[in-house]
Write a protein that binds this ligand. Structure first.
Ligand code: MN
Length: 292
């Protein structure tokens, strides 16, 4: 079933299946991801305290799944803060997340690693941004030793004030200056902030390491107005070979804290299996059409 889509691993976000990372939820997510034909399962580390890392690693291996990890920070643990204590809590959260990522056998830790995931009431300050750069530079060194690369996911203005566009992410990565830091683009966020779906991908080029595909309302792929043809054409143009992961959230599968941070108030679907199988086929068709 695996590796059907040229060089790209095709992934699915675990929140399509379950709202937490208990042993039972991990088993369900892995089984159903594998059955739906995915190569990779993205685990959000928002529930790190309830994640049994060696167990999850075994389950993924048993199902032949690669793993990628993601997370955002919190307002009381935020590396883009000016408050030293808040920055240190953010750095600790990132360190713990990196250790879990390596323990899971994953090679990617991505997301809003540079700030809280939430709506800020003012722009990031220069000092706050410098704090984020310093913490991520040191985290990247630690990640290098563990064989992990760090992704800067570009998120919209309502979820961060540090990186809203691909250009800002490239500038942040330049300031961090580490080889194992890449850019992560997400169609849902691009729809809000970028000029179109092609230019940011072409400008990011070889520094693009991970892609989230999601609709403008985070529901069924193709049911909204995201221009997926342009997005997949641009991915083909830059010869993107990294993972492409389907991300969709519904209040049916509730991880209360994260669900609130992401402003998921509606039931966009009730059957994770249906939407995931559809997404797997949709992504395969887009990849095939883009190189035709
Ligand atoms: Mn995303």
């Amino acid at each position: 079933m695996n590796k059907k889509s040229g060089g790209n691993l095709v992934g699915v976000h675990a929140l399509v299946w379950a709202g937490d990372t208990s042993r039972e939820s991990i088993e369900i997510a892995a089984k159903r991801s594998s059955e739906a034909g995915f190569d990779l399962l993205e685990l959000s580390l928002h529930d790190l305290a309830n994640l049994d890392v060696p167990h999850a690693r075994d389950v993924m291996k048993r199902h032949g799944l690669q793993v990628a990890c993601s997370r955002g920070l919190a307002f009381d643990a935020d590396v883009s803060s000016e408050d030293r204590v808040v920055v240190e809590r953010g750095a600790k959260l990132l360190h713990d997340s990196l250790v879990a990522t390596a323990g899971l056998g994953a090679r990617i830790l991505t997301g809003a690693l540079y700030s809280a995931l939430g709506k800020y009431g003012r722009p990031v300050t220069e000092r706050g941004r410098q704090n984020a750069v310093a913490v991520l530079r040191s985290l990247a060194e630690e990640a290098q030793r563990l064989g992990v690369a760090l992704g800067l996911e570009v998120c919209n203005r309502y979820e961060t004030n540090v990186v809203n566009t691909a250009r800002q992410a490239i500038a942040l990565a330049d300031d961090i200056g580490s080889d194992n830091v890449f850019i992560h683009l997400d169609a849902y966020h691009m729809n809000i902030e970028e000029d179109d779906f092609a230019r940011p991908i072409r400008e990011t080029g070889a520094r693009l390491g991970y892609v989230h595909v999601g609709e403008n309302h985070r529901g069924l792929l193709g049911s909204g107005h995201i221009d997926f043809a342009s997005l997949f054409h641009a991915l083909a143009d830059v010869r993107f070979k990294g993972p492409i992961t389907f991300e969709s959230f519904s209040s049916t599968v509730v991880a209360q804290g994260l669900s609130n941070d992401l402003a998921i108030w509606r039931d966009l679907w009730t059957d994770g299996g249906g939407i995931a199988s559809h997404a797997r086929a949709y992504i395969a068709a887009q990849l095939e059409a883009a190189v035709a």
